[in-house]
Design a protein around this ligand. Structure first.
Ligand SMILES: NC(=O)c1ccc[n+]([C@@H]2O[C@H](COP(=O)([O-])OP(=O)(O)OC[C@H]3O[C@@H](n4cnc5c(N)ncnc54)[C@H](OP(=O)(O)O)[C@@H]3O)[C@@H](O)[C@H]2O)c1
Length: 295
């Protein structure tokens, strides 16, 4: 049984932050979730303005930094404003917390790599192809400089039951309508609940350095949609894969590989990367429910 810890989720309104907070509370930890939305009693924290004036934060054993501008397009469009949040503000906060004796766990991405290699070893040098990946790599370097107080969890694509694309596909397929997923964009997804479980394991384990979590297999969005159709019991003929528009999704934004080596996670947490069907199984009940409500 893990002793109860005091944990701050920075970015408690993020999809992953909210899932992590629910999981850690269920595990018996004392959890605070920061927000930048008015009208709540949660600690207010905006990474763009952190420190001016001084933000009042609870005294915690560990902080999980889930807040970020996490869209590749937004980072490409405004590198300066997004760097101010994803790098400068993030590291300012991380150093402030580490100086108070708090362990800092930062959520990073497979996009710190160039996507040329499958099952990417964690010790490989960062080689980002996108502005978002460059910002994550810079933030990672700052977190590593915290020494034993810093830890990083790199994630491949995370899917939750509310994922708009999957909800739209589910609704269309169940209504007998065609969908046109990308045939040349790939992912190695993990269900959001598994991210929360991994974060809980890192909290309990107390280790530092780099952790990684990805799916076991890489499939195109077309293949993912075909498997979803099968899982929903509808005809796979409704899935008509097509090429991604290179203006909307430039080549560097759709790497061929995003699986990450998970030997450390297998050894320390007995955690195995999930296959595509396992991930879909974890999501389909929730997708059906949301497609019903929204449809
Ligand atoms: N989801 C994935 O597939 C995936 C994959 C790899 C890595 N990650 C990383 O995991 C983390 C969480 O991802 P997510 O998908 O759960 O994110 P998300 O749902 O997009 O939420 C991002 C959160 O960051 C907050 N935020 C944005 N700017 C902020 C600022 N200036 N100050 C404070 N908070 C700010 C947003 O606040 P508001 O709610 O107020 O807008 C939002 O709650 C991110 O670091 C992301 O890069 C995610």
């Amino acid at each position: 049984m893990t002793p109860a810890r005091r944990i701050l989720i920075v970015g408690g309104d993020s999809a992953i932050g909210a899932a992590a907070a629910a999981r850690l509370e269920a595990d018996g930890h004392d959890v605070w979730s920061s927000t930048r939305r008015p009208g709540t009693d949660h600690p207010f924290l905006d990474l763009a303005t952190f420190g001016s004036p001084a933000t009042s934060l609870p005294d915690v054993d560990m902080a999980i930094i889930a807040a970020a501008i996490a869209r590749l397009g937004a980072c490409a469009e405004d590198p300066a404003a997004t760097t101010a949040v994803n790098v400068t503000g993030t590291l300012h906060l991380a150093r402030h917390l580490a100086e108070r004796g708090t362990r800092v766990l930062f959520l990073s991405s497979d996009k710190v790599f160039d996507g040329c290699v499958a099952h990417r070893p964690r010790q490989d040098r960062a080689a980002p192809e996108t502005e978002y990946g460059r910002q994550k790599a810079l933030a990672e370097a700052g977190i590593r400089a915290l020494g034993p107080r810093g830890a990083i969890l790199r994630l491949a694509k995370v899917l939750g039951p509310g994922e708009p694309l999957l909800v739209d596909w589910t609704r269309a397929l169940r209504q007998g309508r065609e969908i046109q997923p990308f045939a040349d964009m790939y992912l190695a997804p993990v269900p959001r609940d598994l991210v929360a479980e991994t974060l809980a394991a890192i909290v309990a384990g107390g280790g530092g350095g780099v952790y990684q979590l990805s799916g076991r297999e890489e499939v195109s969005y077309g293949e993912l949609a075909s498997r979803l159709a099968r899982r929903l019991g509808v005809s796979a003929d409704l899935v008509r894969p097509r090429a991604a528009d290179p203006h909307q999704f430039p080549f560097e934004a759709r790497p061929r590989h995003s699986t990450l080596d998970m030997t450390r996670e297998a050894r320390e947490f007995a955690l195995a990367p999930p296959g595509i069907d396992e991930t879909l199984n974890a999501l389909v009940g929730g997708l059906n429910g949301r497609a019903d409500r929204l449809g």
